[in-house]
Design a protein around this ligand. Structure first.
Ligand code: ZN
Length: 234
């Protein structure tokens, strides 16, 4: 089982770890700050170092309770003490994008009853799909103005764990209908008080003012009632 450091502290940029399983280029660590990807947030980038030798992580995925990391070459063995560093500029941008996405989701839901049906975060631009019958660009610009106004209030983003059965009683806690939280005892909750609350396994900024300015880039029609909204943070 890999302890997921990023769930408790999204700001962990590096950590020591021990290799607990190794199979060729595929390894499992006892703990990791490296986000393996999921929920529309891409995996982190960065190396694992063993006694000065660097192994670049080229793939990552969760398998049960393990995070399986694939590195670019063999040479890591069970019992090795290693050091993991993540590309912080890249990750921090994704954190700002992720918290921005939660605010945009909340505004679109409140103002237009639009449900988020999918999302893909990126460091340069991100996109969210909304189920929305009519696309009105003037209104969309207003929604983004509201999202910016909320972000600039400097609201503290709260992350905590709740018993699954209690959490699922909170209305709207599962925002993406297609993504039911895993069948675990405790769910991780990301709450932007007064704006949004949802079960979420991604990394977030501590305060909404860290997002900066949210910029609407474009909107595409993707089917009858699906609007794909592209945005970035500056
Ligand atoms: Zn999220």
């Amino acid at each position: 089982m890999t302890e997921l450091l990023y769930l408790h502290d999204s700001y962990t940029k590096e950590s020591d770890a021990t290799v607990v399983k190794a199979e060729g280029k595929r390894i499992v660590l006892d703990k990791t700050c490296f986000y393996p990807g999921g929920g529309g947030q891409p995996r982190d980038k960065g190396p694992i170092e063993k006694e000065g030798e660097k192994f670049e992580i080229i793939n990552a995925k969760k398998e049960g309770n393990d995070v399986v990391l694939e590195v670019d070459k063999e040479g890591l063995s069970s019992g090795d003490n290693v050091h993991v560093t993540i590309d912080w500029d890249y990750r921090y941008k994704l954190m700002r994008m992720h918290t921005a996405a939660h605010i945009i989701d909340a505004v679109l839901y409140k103002e237009a009853n639009a449900l988020c049906t999918g999302n893909q975060l990126g460091a340069e631009k991100s996109r969210i799909d909304f189920s929305l019958e009519v696309l009105d660009m003037d209104k969309m610009k207003k929604y983004f103005e509201e999202a910016n106004e909320l972000a600039k209030r400097g609201i503290e983003v709260k992350i905590y764990f709740m018993k699954r059965e209690e959490a699922l009683k909170i209305p709207g806690i599962v925002k993406l209908a297609a993504v039911m939280p895993p069948a675990v005892e405790e769910l991780r909750i990301v709450e932007i008080p007064g704006i949004d609350i949802q079960a979420d396994g991604g990394t977030q900024v501590k305060n909404t003012k860290e997002i900066g300015t949210i910029e609407l880039l474009s909107v595409e029609n993707k089917g009858k009632s699906n609007r794909r909204v592209y945005f970035t943070v500056q």
